[in-house]
Design a protein around this ligand. Structure first.
Ligand code: ATP
Length: 737
């Protein structure tokens, strides 16, 4: 019966999982979680410590040391053999410790970026960690969310889901709430179900959870999914490669030295051979930088921990290295460079500007404006984080004594077209007071004005002449140049309509504008200046209007004399080569669509830059992947964006990116110091042994001594160098090539 939920009505499914439309109570949820456990996939069993320990002996360099130990034994040097083995074990212990440490730090990073879900408990909408979800919970899904459990759709508002993690199909699947007949329906065709691990790419839905954790479809294939291996970072890779080459060279030189000392000894007696072997062994031991790879990992792991404390969560160790070399940061405006605290300012209706606090419900045009502002926004009450633009709009109603929830109940939403940054519009359908069905739309002025044919005035609805259009555009220009965000409002009569689709978004009657202020973050100004000193170019990429964006960019110091602000559309007609020549001139891209972002990143990369790019929406994921470091917003970002990014900001703050770059540079500088120290120590050892062998002197250090020097005398200071306190000086230099 379990997987037949698609053949049941929502009511039957609710009944089957003992739930109701309002969701569970906290107590019920508590009881269920105690009974069936948290909503999590069982982790792949971790390698036991002893196995990690044994793996440390697989290294070629270690093998050479083992050979050295055997040779020492043959030459009657038993103590020496014991010491070499002791040192080898010590080295393996060090390796095991660093492995576990890195593992632990990655795990805690993973926990910090775990997804959350919006559920209804005790009738309230809450945001909770996804592992707290139980069967029977009513979960709300929205574009950008990750589906965290399997469920049956109760109410569907154009939900579209990417299920590629389960089906391999990368096209979004349109969902429905209707019952699906049949008893052997394939996973991809169960369109009234959603599955854990898929991503919501469009629309909204209410879903009742039917199974969680290992009982989900994803849980069933978890064994296959769990193969996420801890990969080595590029620096580690190149160090490993370096060590392997070094080992080969050492072997060759050792043979040479062996021959040379044999020649000095002047014979082929057993003693002579053994003595010469001791030389070769000593040289091998002296040359091998035993602790190199361990130290690099320790320094990187400590670096990511420091960054996490400073609000930047690295999703993998390798991002730390890349960060230090970033030379261009492409940043969103809203929320990253600004505070994302929108406060309503002025409104423009019926040919005049009025303060938002002076709007009244008595005035019919004002009423239509407020009505559109509230009804064409999503409900914000009871949510921890709403869209600040919409919060500001609802605030206007609040100030006029409109109780949001009651107002929404009075004018229920028949259908909606959710906001997305491509269309830059959001529309909803309602039956208003006179019984007329009306589509209410809010969005970017340039888009909405283009689709409007009429204008609402106190004399009634009039034609939207070119002169009137220009007047509206002039007002928009004036408001935007003060750095205000301007939103436009319009409606369209749709007699008898019950559904909307995108082709309906035209032939509007224009109502008016509302402007709001979103002040820059004070720390962003400092951060942009710091970045500049460190040779890093900051570029603003925003969906907002060009004039608004320029005003803010000037204030923050991004738009400087000699650089320009352009609209994203101008790059559409450019070839890749032209764009490559163009990007250095531009500091602000406005009205950008997600596709533009990818091209901008690529153009900078082709110029030889390492690019960090921020993003929060579903459509930003490809650009985040294209960038050398994708940066997702921890607070306002969608799960999709977090999934695609290499770094997540827990405070959504631009200054945090610059701080992370500084940390990245420091980590790199410290690693470099540690490596230089280790290698110079080794070189000294090699030269001493080589000199003695050339000059025909006795072996200056036994292999054991050299081991001690390399592993203890050298590595402890090297670790200390690697963990040196970070300095601000790194931001005075250009990014390393
Ligand atoms: P950034 O890209 O820097 O985060 P942004 O928030 O302006 O800036 P988008 O979210 O893509 O970028 O918004 C683009 C435009 O769409 C805005 O300038 C505004 O005119 C309009 N807009 C934003 N939010 C909404 C919304 N909730 N409903 C309708 N229109 C909106």
């Amino acid at each position: 019966m379990e997987s037949q939920y698609y053949a049941q009505t929502p009511q039957q499914v609710l009944h089957a999982v003992e739930s109701q439309e309002e969701g569970l109570t906290t107590q019920q949820a508590q009881e269920r979680i105690e009974k069936i456990g948290p909503n999590a996939l069982r982790e792949e069993r971790k390698k036991p410590v002893w196995q990690v320990f044994l793996e440390q002996f697989k290294d070629l360099l270690v093998v050479i040391l083992v050979v050295a130990a055997v040779i020492s034994m043959l030459s009657g040097n038993a103590e020496s053999t014991i010491v070499i083995f002791a040192v080898l074990i010590l080295n393996a212990v060090l390796g095991t410790v660093q492995h576990c440490k890195a593992e632990k730090s990655l795990e805690s990073l993973k926990a910090m970026s775990a997804p959350t879900a919006r559920v209804f408990r005790d009738g309230e909408r809450l945001i909770i960690p996804s592992d707290q979800i139980v069967p029977g919970d009513i979960v709300e899904l929205e574009a950008g969310d990750m589906v965290v459990a399997d469920g049956r759709i109760l109410h569907n508002y154009s939900l579209k889901v990417n299920e590629s993690s389960l089906t391999g199909e990368s096209e979004g699947v349109e969902k429905t709430e209707a019952v699906i007949e049949g008893d052997k329906v394939a996973l991809g065709d169960r369109k009234n179900l959603v599955f854990s691990g898929s991503l919501v790419v469009y629309g909204r839905a209410l879903v009742v959870v039917t199974s969680t954790g290992m009982n989900t479809e994803l849980g069933k294939v978890a064994a296959l999914m769990n193969q996420t291996q801890r990969r080595k970072t590029p620096l580690q890779e190149s160090l490993d490669q370096f060590s392997r080459r070094l080992a080969m060279i050492i072997l060759i030189i050792c043979v040479g030295v062996f021959a040379l000392s044999l020649y000095h000894a002047g014979g082929f007696g057993t003693q002579a051979i053994l003595d010469s072997l001791m030389f070769a062994v000593a040289l091998a031991v002296a040359a091998i930088p035993e602790a190199l790879s361990s130290i690099v990992t320790i320094v990187q792991a400590m670096g990511t921990q420091k960054m996490a404390k400073e609000n930047a969560i690295m999703k993998e160790l390798k991002a730390v290295e890349t960060l230090g070399a970033v030379s261009v940061i492409c940043s969103d405006k809203t929320g990253t460079l600004t505070q994302n605290r929108m406060t309503p300012q002025t409104a423009y209706v019926d040919g005049s500007l009025v303060d938002c606090s002076a709007l009244t419900m008595e005035e019919p045009i004002h009423r239509r404006l407020i009505q559109t502002a509230i009804l064409a926004s999503d409900e914000e009450k009871g949510t921890a984080v709403g869209d600040p633009t919409e919060v500001a709009l609802i605030m206007i109603g609040d100030g006029m004594g409109i109780e949001e929830r009651a107002y929404r109940e009075q004018y229920p939403r028949l259908c909606e077209l959710a906001f997305d940054s491509d269309r830059k519009l959001m529309s909803t359908l309602h039956v208003l007071d006179g019984g007329e069905t009306v589509m209410l739309t809010k969005g970017a002025l340039d888009v909405l004005l283009e689709h409007s044919t009429q204008l609402l005035t106190s004399e009634g609805v009039v034609e939207l002449t070119d002169q009137r259009r220009e007047q509206i555009l002039a007002v928009n220009q004036e408001l935007s140049s003060k750095g205000l965000r301007v939103l436009a409002f319009a409606y369209r009569d749709m007699p008898g309509a019950a559904r909307l689709d995108f082709t309906d978004e035209r032939e509007y009657t224009f109502i008016g504008l509302i402007s709001m202020i979103d002040p820059p973050r004070p720390e962003a100004i400092q951060a942009v200046a710091d970045a500049k000193r460190g040779g890093i170019r900051t570029v603003m990429i925003t969906g907002d209007h060009r004039v608004t964006a320029s005003a803010i960019a000037k204030e923050i110091g991004i738009l400087t004399p000699g650089t320009e602000a352009v609209e994203g559309a101008v790059i559409e007609s450019m070839s890749d080569e032209e764009l490559r020549e163009f990007v250095p001139r531009v500091s602000v891209y406005a009205r950008v669509s997600p596709e533009h972002k990818i091209r901008i990143v690529r153009a900078w990369q082709e110029r030889g830059n390492l690019v960090a790019m921020t993003g929060d929406g579903v459509n930003d994921a490809p650009a985040l992947k294209q960038a050398d470091i994708g940066v997702a917003m921890g607070i306002t970002g969608t799960e999709v964006a977090k999934d695609a990014a290499g770094m997540v900001l827990t405070d959504d703050n631009f200054a945090t990116i610059v701080q992370a770059v500084k940390n990245g540079r420091n980590v790199y500088a410290n690693i470099k110091k540690a490596i230089q120290f280790l290698l110079s120590g080794n070189t000294a050892g090699i030269l001493t042994v080589l000199y003695a062998s050339l000059a025909g002197l006795p072996v200056p250090f036994a292999a054991v001594h050299l081991l001690f020097i390399n592993l203890l005398t050298d590595s402890l200071p090297a670790i200390a160098l690697g963990l040196e306190p970070h300095s601000d000086a790194v931001m005075q230099e250009k990014p390393r090539p």
